[in-house]
Design a protein around this ligand. Structure first.
Ligand code: SIN
Length: 328
């Protein structure tokens, strides 16, 4: 590394971007998380003044993402962001839960340096993989003056962690930020912003120092979706486990509402009973765009602008904070 260059650290966690198939060129039916991140970056160089440094943090299919991997990734991000010569991070990740990991990191990291998450819809062994271009775009974003926050770069779009969702199982531009739209686009290696980098603050933890306990101590929070024919028995079981002091009893339940906070009557009744039993209940809409407009007659607490999966992360962090396991 030259004396004055700054490092962009690429942390690999697996995903389709690191996937490979035994069937030559196939775009489906591959195994995610098999190609080392060093191999993904073979032949890549950083723009003048920057150097790439690569580290494998995990090697998984992101459908299997868990608290322990989040915790290790968080610790590696914190470590690298503290280094003066590091300008920013890139995290390679599977598309399936990238929006959750991104929102988690967004909620807990305090650095003003960019953390650019990227991914791919086709495996590295595809005849036409999209990962290399996404990686090039991620490098462009991470080395852009003023870039900040935890963001997702895929198919030439730059998305903010709070609004982004995976909305398509196959096409290359699989992400949408709903009504908010992307933060910007990457075009020929240049970022064109359409919103501010910091278009929202970290929503729940903010500027809180964050020494989390070991992942096996993080509270269990379940998501239950409201739907036609929904039944309350699952909630009854969770309440019973709580009342019997089951070691892994839930601390929280997120109810995925069908619209503007509306729940099947069986789940609404179950949610109220769960709350009475000391379980934290949060209602979030399963609609992929828009947010809940509260009324005066809400029976349960709302997360108005987060998807159920992100509301679960917000509740997780809130409960950890309430346990005073964070140093404020
Ligand atoms: C994964 O999420 O790890 C597999 C799917 C993908 O990356 O597109």
């Amino acid at each position: 590394m030259s004396d004055h260059s700054r490092r962009i650290v690429v942390l690999g966690t697996g995903g389709t971007i690191a996937g490979s198939s035994s069937e030559a060129g196939a775009n489906v039916g591959y195994t995610a998380g098999t190609v080392p991140v060093t191999a993904l970056l073979d032949g890549f160089s950083a723009p003048a003044g920057f150097e790439l440094h690569v580290e494998q943090v995990a090697q998984i299919d992101s459908k299997d993402m868990d608290f322990a991997t989040w915790h290790s990734l968080l610790l590696r991000c914190q470590y690298w962001l503290r280094q003066d010569d590091v300008a920013g991070l890139i995290v390679t990740h599977g598309t399936d839960t990238i929006e959750e990991t991104s929102f988690f990191l967004h909620s807990v990291l305090q650095s003003s340096k960019p953390v650019v998450m990227t991914c791919a819809m086709r495996p590295a062994s595809s005849n036409n993989p999209d990962g290399p271009q996404n990686l090039r775009d991620a490098i462009s974003v991470a080395t852009t003056q003023g870039a900040t926050g935890v963001i997702i770069v895929c198919a030439g779009e730059v998305h903010g962690s709070k609004d982004v969702s995976k909305v398509h199982p196959y096409r290359l531009n699989a992400f949408s930020s709903g009504d908010a739209g992307p933060i910007g686009y990457v075009e020929e290696g240049k970022v064109r912003l359409v919103r501010n980098w910091s278009c929202y603050d970290a929503p729940f933890v903010g500027n809180t120092a964050f020494p989390l306990p070991a992942a096996n101590e993080w509270p269990r929070i379940e998501i239950i979706l409201s739907h036609a024919g929904a039944r309350g028995e699952i909630i009854d079981t969770l309440i019973r486990e709580k009342q019997e002091n089951h070691p892994d009893a839930v601390a929280g339940i997120v109810l995925g509402a069908t619209g503007n906070g509306s729940l099947h009557q069986a789940l609404e009744k179950g949610g109220i009973a769960a709350q009475d039993a000391g379980i934290h209940v949060l209602v979030a809409t399963r609609c992929i765009a828009g947010h809940i407009i509260p009324s005066l007659i809400e029976k349960l607490p709302l997360s108005t602008d987060l998807s159920p999966t992100k509301a679960r992360i917000a509740l997780l962090l809130q409960l950890l904070k309430d346990r005073k396991e964070l140093v404020v």
